[in-house]
Design a protein around this ligand. Structure first.
Ligand SMILES: Nc1ncnc2c1ncn2[C@@H]1O[C@H](COP(=O)(O)OP(=O)(O)OP(=O)(O)O)[C@@H](O)[C@H]1O
Length: 699
């Protein structure tokens, strides 16, 4: 497995630098005009009127005897000043408005979208003419007039970028880590929103310079006698035939800047060099890379660079650097935990104060709007997770595993309607997680469960911010967990966490960027981030699905080890029963949005009741099977939703189907200690083997 991959995107090539040179030259000339100009651009000398280019006046003089070269250089300064002011104001306003609207969604987003549409649809030059017509010419009014339409594209770009990120696992993970909206917007959404805006700005420079020249050409821009290219053009127009040096140089300068700006913008957009630009512009980004890329602890043993997993330090080592988290006080309020809770008495939660349930979910349903009405994708799901226990939620793709597990934590699309109850033990009391309005649900990560829950998602590349180092991610989690201090102290805890999850060379890994690590290493980083707050519950959503079996096994061992060392409970979402049997204590099997069977691992694997569970188990390839043995597959397609059938959703695929299955939703029955199954068939019948035997190629 590779440990270091190539950086994505096109590197800053010589061609890009070449394309940037004219614009840099324009900026430099504008800045240095007072030094470079041979004469005062406004000083008139009628005796030297309309002199052609000569050694004394390299670009000749105009009808008032003013040095044309000086006026050209000062013209660049005027255009640069206005362009810089317009870009600064419009980009700041546009990016902030677009980012906030994209993050908030709902009404603010719709209002901003309409404003942007209106601003973009108005002809910019007419707006500028109207503003200057009312307020009069002048640099200040010119800037205002241009900003009035220039902000809108930035807002549109930023809004689209942020709207795409709004529901991303990366933000979900941040919310769970306790990052507030201001931090999420400022630190995690503005930079990615700014990147495409910077690319757009490189094209916008040309548009603004052209706009300034056009307005000055019309006598509405920078007032004379200040030098400006558009004004030089209009002044030189009557002399086009007799004094070519008056109109051509400013005309060529305007064309060159517009052309260069368009070319550079095209290049940046196509080459996608946005991350590089951001790395140069944002001082918080560390560009240092580890001298030697960290080796992959999860690579197969025969890989040349594969080190063995480092010995795990004990939790004592971790907690030695950590601030002790109060278990009886609410971190937000400082009040005793119970007083900060919703006041639920223990009896009403389904958790008796004597038992060790950490999370108790009852009658949970989730619906999304579809065809004008709510469409349930999870129905009436109930499960418990006890301290130190690993609950595996299994089922085919689309069965509702992720939805049923993430719903209590407010990690679903805001369009989801969640009903039922999910009670999390918080200190000595309990906290109801369901029932918050959608806008609060998004901030539940901070207030709802106080960092007692960590989450590991399947797609580590989507979770980790590509322009931040691994160390920055873990540092932030450490600080959010209240375990940070001075920079060096925070980094020490970060490195300890990286070591705890089996990453060798923690200091080097902390300096690496996500794309420099292998998939297995990135999952370890996610686990480090998730356990930074010493959560009591870790939710792992298909944490090993994208990894090869060797790496998968190592990560599963890591999770089991962490559960033992940190005494965490865990919910493991997986479609792979082979994975589940490695580490689960209890299993809940989901089909079409419902739990069809649940119980201790030994009962589910040794004595499955539901034909669907039986089918899943039969489909697991056995390592001890003789070569050429055909394994079984389940016929038919996975169920679509809990309400799409009047009776049992599995009936159409079930080998034990009875007439009642078509009309009655099966009621769960208890079969043994904590073993329940929802199947309508008479229990005196044995479940026939589900499905058909298939060869390794599936036939
Ligand atoms: N934002 C959404 N809008 C509408 N429907 C959704 C949304 N998210 C999920 N669903 C639907 O909810 C159902 C359950 O999805 P979920 O992701 O929970 O299944 P899963 O068992 O975890 O599948 P997988 O293993 O593929 O992740 C699916 O039918 C899915 O299409």
């Amino acid at each position: 497995m590779t440990t270091v991959q190539r950086r994505r995107g096109v590197p800053v090539t010589g061609r890009t630098v070449l394309l940037a040179l004219p614009l840099l030259g324009f900026a430099l000339v504008g800045l240095l005009a007072p030094v470079l100009a041979p004469a005062d651009p406004t000083a008139t000398d009628l005796a030297a009127s309309l002199r052609p280019p000569s050694a004394e006046h390299l670009l000749g003089t105009d009808q008032l005897g003013r040095d044309q070269l000086s006026r050209l250089l000062y013209g660049a300064r005027s255009s640069l000043t206005v362009a810089a002011a317009v870009l600064a104001v419009s980009m700041t306003v546009g990016v902030v408005v677009g980012t906030v609207a994209g993050y908030l969604g709902g009404v603010p987003d719709r209002v901003v979208a309409r404003l942007v549409d209106t601003a973009v649809s108005l002809p910019g030059m007419l707006v500028a003419l109207a503003v200057i017509g009312v307020r009069g010419p002048g640099v200040e009014n010119l800037v205002i007039a241009l900003c009035l339409w220039a902000w809108a594209p930035y807002a549109r770009i930023a809004r689209a970028r942020v709207a795409g990120l709004r529901g991303s696992p990366h933000l979900d993970a941040l919310r769970l880590l306790g990052a507030g909206p201001a931090r999420i917007v400022g630190r995690h959404l503005l930079p990615p929103a700014l990147a495409p805006c910077l690319v757009y700005a490189s094209t916008d420079v040309g548009t603004i310079v052209l706009g300034v020249a056009t307005l000055s050409f019309l006598g509405l821009g920078i007032p004379p006698p200040q030098a400006e290219w558009g004004q030089m053009l209009i002044e030189g127009r009557p002399f086009l035939a007799s004094a070519w040096w008056l109109a051509y140089p400013p005309g060529i300068a305007i064309t060159a800047v517009v052309f260069a700006s368009n070319l550079l913008g095209e290049r940046l957009a196509v080459g996608d060099e946005r991350p590089s630009i951001l790395r140069w512009l944002l001082p918080t980004r560390r560009r240092t890379r580890p001298a030697t890329p960290p080796a992959d602890p999860a690579a197969p043993p025969d890989a040349p660079a594969a080190p063995t997993v480092t010995a795990r330090p004990t939790t004592a080592a971790l907690t030695a650097t950590a601030t002790v988290r109060p278990t009886t006080a609410d971190p937000d309020t400082g009040h005793p935990a119970r007083s900060a809770l919703t006041g639920l008495p223990a009896a009403s939660t389904g958790i008796s104060s004597g038992d060790d349930s950490l999370l108790s979910v009852r009658g949970l349903s989730v619906a999304y709007p579809r065809d004008g009405g709510p469409h349930r994708v999870v129905a009436d799901v109930s499960y418990d997770v006890r301290r130190g226990q690993i609950l595996a939620v299994v089922g085919e793709t689309g069965s509702g595993k992720t939805t049923a597990v993430l719903a209590p934590f407010g990690l679903l699309d805001p369009a989801a309607t969640v009903t039922g109850s999910a009670v999390l033990r918080a200190g000595d009391g309990f906290r109801q997680l369901v029932g918050h309005p959608p806008h609060q649900r998004h901030h539940q990560g901070r207030r709802g469960h106080d960092r007692r829950v960590g989450v590991v998602f399947q797609d580590s590349l989507a979770v980790l911010n590509p322009v931040r180092t691994i160390g920055a991610h873990v540092d932030e989690a450490v600080r959010n967990a209240g375990r940070g201090g001075r920079r060096a102290t925070t980094r020490r805890v970060t490195e300890e966490l990286l070591r705890l999850v089996g990453l060798p060379d923690p200091a080097g890994t902390a300096r690496a960027f996500p794309h420099q690590l292998s998939g297995g290493m990135r999952q370890r980083v996610q686990i480090a981030v998730a356990i930074a707050g010493e959560p009591e519950l870790l939710v792992a959503d298909e944490p090993t699905s994208a990894l090869d079996v060797t790496v998968q096994a190592q990560l599963l061992d890591l999770l089991t080890g962490l559960r033992d060392e940190l005494d965490m409970a865990m919910i493991l979402i997986s479609h792979d029963l082979a994975v589940v049997t490695r580490l689960a204590d209890r299993v809940a099997v989901m089909y079409a949005g419902r739990i069809v069977e649940s119980g201790p691992l030994a009962s589910i694997v040794g004595n499955p009741d539901h034909p669907y569970t039986r089918g899943l188990l039969d489909a697991v390839p056995r390592p001890d099977a003789a070569p050429g043995t055909r394994f079984r597959t389940m016929p038919g397609r996975s169920g679509t939703g809990p309400d799409d059938s009047g009776g049992c959703a599995f009936a159409a695929r079930c080998p034990s189907v009875v007439p009642a299955c078509a009309h009655h939703q099966p009621v769960p029955v208890t079969l043994g200690p904590a073993h329940r199954s929802a199947c309508s068939r008479p229990r005196d019948t044995t479940v026939p083997v589900t499905g058909t035997a298939a060869g390794p190629d599936g036939r």
